[in-house]
Design a protein around this ligand. Sequence first.
Ligand code: HEC
Ligand code: HEC
Ligand code: HEC
Length: 190
Amino acid sequence: MKHLMTCATAFVVTFMLVIVPAGIVLSDEPTEENDASHDKAYVEKAQYDAEKAKAEAQKAMAEAEKAVAEAEAAIEMAQSKKKQAEQEKASALNKMLKAGYFPDDITLTSEDKSSTAVFSHQKHAQREKLKCIECHPNIFIMKVGEGVIKKGQLTMEEMKKGKYCGNCHNGGKAFDLKDLKHCRRCHPKK
Ligand code: HEC
Ligand code: HEC
Ligand code: HEC
């Protein structure tokens, strides 16, 4: 019995001295004061993060604007270089033409690329002694580089009506393009 009493006393003492104080220390019951300072810190951190994000976004925007301006300047420069090169090419060709050069044989292609025809300046202008003006610019605009005939317009149907090559290749000035025996002269690959 004495033993039990000692044991119970020891338990109560231990409870009072160790567990209760530890419980008080450990339980960090939120007080009003504690809450307010916590919220303030949280708001300050959020404001700081937002300011930082804003500054970074502004920097990125400034860099992007600079890149756009640089690209625009480069395009402008390239366009003026291209224009200059085209002018130089045209004036070089004009000099060659004055010196008696005829453009190389020109391959004309149908819109779907299934058909090609060959035109020779040498044969028309030099051999047949046709003047440039007989074809340029009324029948064919004379333009260096890409063909100037509107896509899909240079067709047998149009030519049979007298357009383009059909101006002459109608059995009058030159062999008739409707005649089956002449197809290969303009379409050597067929
Ligand atoms: C005086 C030259 C000339 C003669 C002759 C000629 N063609 Fe053409 N033909 C052309 C030219 C130029 C084109 C346009 C480029 C191309 O599509 O090959 C063309 C286009 C074509 C095309 C493709 C586009 C279209 O109009 O349908 C076919 C197919 C064609 N010719 C068939 C013929 C046949 C068949 C004959 C013979 C009856 C013939 N050609 C005779 C010059 C000629
Ligand atoms: C029988 C008609 C004919 C005559 C004549 C003719 N040309 Fe052409 N020429 C053409 C045709 C067809 C083209 C090609 C048009 C196209 O591709 O749109 C052409 C294109 C050209 C081109 C552009 C060549 C290129 O590579 O882009 C030049 C330059 C030219 N002709 C100069 C001349 C000169 C100079 C003469 C006189 C010496 C002449 N031509 C006479 C029919 C003619
Ligand atoms: C201003 C008139 C005229 C025009 C336009 C014209 N030609 Fe001709 N072409 C001639 C004459 C003239 C000849 C020589 C006479 C003949 O062979 O009947 C000739 C001859 C040719 C020859 C035969 C060449 C050889 O090896 O003997 C071919 C191929 C030819 N032309 C293709 C064309 C083509 C393709 C076109 C259209 C892009 C065209 N011609 C436009 C007048 C013209």
